[in-house]
Design a protein around this ligand. Structure first.
Ligand code: LLP
Length: 422
């Protein structure tokens, strides 16, 4: 068993759904991102079921994986999108998503992005500062529009996750301190080009316990009741994203684990009518993808053994950036014995930080094919072309069919828009 249900061994060969990964590597080359359509559907289904009978809008946190085909699949299933840039809004529209189901997060919204979002008719601006509130109001007034807004509050709870991906603590740049929220909502009430529709928080990512969410919810409920007294009636409560996935042996919380408790808490305070918005990214796509890579060389040293692979930190930066663990499976594994060496899996990039996994006991030979698991989220979207390496191709497997959803970049395309000096 691997960590990803739709990437399993059949006849000693790792498959994506019904297709053998070695065949995909032969056909499309490596490094190659391979996604499972069924995994996307199953992830959506786990949220849909959790919200049955309630008003729940899943706004997929598309920064996790913003390939148009992935967005299209989710849009067809009925999700909205959590965006953080004008570029992401353009992707939603290009993929056929409904801007009316888009929430716009992010601390640095520029004027053109606010204009584009107003023109597209997004569901809500998640306002992250007082200065942004004023800017959105001004832009909306100038365009003769009403901007729907919610305030992103920082509930100051510890999501107990990696510091780089923990966002709900006081010293993070995100949102406004929850104590200041009533005053800022009062200011919003005075601005005729704004329509207050909700409140929002996002406390972090790769969260594996319900309690940080419930701590945040407690504080949000108090705020919602205070706002009610102030004459502000909210339509929705956005609890952000953050549900973790299994990279190795994590114990997970499901959308149902979370939402069942959220609904109980809201009902107990007479707030069962609120629409719940969630912004899951990683849990929608993380285990829907693997990064396929081939061993170029083996290098056995005195203190370390290296497997030099054709994928690198430009393809998947999470290990070196966050010290993140990704499981590695040989696509056609050889037997591991007590004498099998441990390898660091490193890429061709000229940086010591260019590694994808460390100290993995694998029986390897040159030319072997490896799958870096759980590479559906924050993988391709964080890729670069460092060392003038074309970004990998992306394919999506649907049963026994495969669709190329992004061809490998060509060398020419890497510098086609650059100009020589006169
Ligand atoms: N909503 C907001 C406002 C966010 O900032 C994020 C993620 C999400 C939703 C989605 O969170 P998720 O459900 O994916 O945890 N690159 C890092 C993760 C950064 C997360 C940034 N914000 C990683 O590779 O682990």
């Amino acid at each position: 068993m691997t960590v990803a249900p739709h990437f399993q061994f059949q006849n000693d060969t790792l498959h994506a759904e019904q297709l053998a990964l070695n065949r995909l590597a032969d056909e499309f080359g490596t490094p190659l991102y391979v996604y499972s359509r069924q995994a996307l559907r199953d992830a959506w289904e786990s949220y849909r079921v959790a919200g049955e009978g309630r008003k729940l809008l899943v706004c997929y946190g598309m920064k996790a994986n913003s390939n148009l085909a992935v967005l299209q699949e989710f849009a067809r299933l009925g999700t909205g999108f959590d965006i953080v840039s004008g570029g992401e809004l353009a992707r939603v529209i290009a993929a056929g998503g409904d801007p009316g189901k888009v929430v716009f997060s992010g601390v640095g919204k520029q004027v053109w992005e606010i204009e584009a979002a107003l023109q597209a008719g997004v569901k809500c601006f998640n306002i992250e500062s007082e200065a942004e509130l004023e800017r959105v109001a001004q832009v909306a007034a100038r365009l003769n529009r009403i901007a729907p807004i919610s305030l992103r509050v920082n509930p100051d709870v510890d999501a107990r996750t990696h510091p780089y991906i923990s966002t709900g603590l006081k010293d993070n740049k995100f949102g406004v301190p929850i104590e200041d929220a009533p005053r800022i909502y009062a200011r919003a009430q005075q601005l005729p080009s704004l329509n207050i529709v909700g409140v929002d928080c996002h406390i972090g990512s790769q969260i594996t316990e319900v309690s940080p969410y419930l701590d945040a919810l407690d504080k949000l409920i108090k705020l919602i009741l205070t706002l009610k007294d102030q004459g502000v009636d909210l339509h929705h409560l956005d609890l952000g994203g953050g549900l973790g996935i299994r990279y190795t042996d994590e114990t997970l919380i499901t959308p149902t684990d979370l939402l069942s408790k959220v609904f109980v808490a809201l009902d107990a305070h007479g707030l069962g009518h609120l629409e719940i918005v969630l912004e899951p990214g990683r849990s929608m796509v993380g285990n829907a993808g693997v990064l396929l890579t081939r061993v170029e060389y083996l290098k056995h040293g005195e203190t370390k053994n290296f497997a030099i692979i054709d994928a690198a930190m430009n393809d998947l930066i999470r290990p070196t950036l966050y010290d993140a663990w990704h499981s590695v499976e040989a696509v056609q594994p050889r037997a591991v014995t007590a004498d099998t060496p441990k390898y660091d899996l490193v890429g061709p990039i000229c940086e010591s930080g260019d590694w994808l996994a460390r100290d993995r006991q694998l029986a390897l030979e040159q030319g072997d094919l490896l799958a870096i698991m759980s590479a559906g989220a924050y993988a391709f979207t964080m890729a670069s072309q460092y060392n003038t390496r074309p970004r990998a191709a992306e394919v999506l497997v649907d049963g026994d069919q495969v669709h190329v959803i992004r061809p490998r970049e060509t060398l020419d395309s890497l510098f086609a828009s650059e100009r020589l000096l006169p």
